[in-house]
Design a protein around this ligand. Structure first.
Ligand SMILES: [Zn+2]
Length: 173
């Protein structure tokens, strides 16, 4: 499991019931995610958690020409991870959509606190692809599911594949 990573995507209050862009029953992903995260961390794998992390003024938001209501602005309740989400010690946080021009639809567009891309963070932990065509490593990712997040899910999966990782789904509400 050392070569395994779990990428928890945007389990933030604004995407859960009661939030600005709530996914109906989106919080149902949390118990299986907690179990998967605990297992993977216990076995030496890497747990990463992405978060939307938008400035108050961004082209991502409808009032500035984008598609979305205001959500996941740092230092607001909506931007915080859901309180029931249990991130193991050592979880790497990936912030995305940070710039005023960025949508940040894929966790692969985000960065860690020390400036690494997700790709770099995975490789630093030994989660890599092999160039002989064998699928030796897997990245599991666990997006909240809704119609409007389908694009994000697809982009994340495409990013995974284009970087040589094999995305698999662990949990799905
Ligand atoms: Zn967003």
């Amino acid at each position: 499991m050392r070569n395994t990573a779990l990428i928890i995507v945007d389990v933030q209050n604004d995407f859960c019931p009661g939030g600005a862009l709530a996914v109906n029953e989106g919080d149902q992903v949390i118990p299986p995610l907690n179990r998967a995260a605990e297992t993977i961390a216990h076995q030496g794998g890497l747990v990463l958690a992405s978060r939307d992390w938008h400035p108050r003024e961004t082209k991502h938001f409808a009032e500035f020409g984008g598609n979305w209501l205001v959500h996941c602005v740092p230092n607001t309740h909506g931007a915080e991870f859901h309180p029931n989400l249990k991130l193991p010690e050592g979880t790497v946080i990936i912030s995305k959509g940070v710039g005023a021009e960025d949508d940040g639809y894929s966790a692969f567009e985000g960065r860690t606190a020390d400036g690494k891309t997700l790709d770099e963070a995975l490789k630093a932990h030994g989660v890599q692809w092999r160039d002989d065509g064998e699928q030796a490593y897997q990245v599991s990712y666990t997006p909240l599911c809704s119609e409007w997040m389908a694009e994000q899910r697809t982009r994340c999966a495409q990013s995974c594949l284009s970087l040589g990782f094999t995305p698999t789904r662990r949990a799905h509400a």
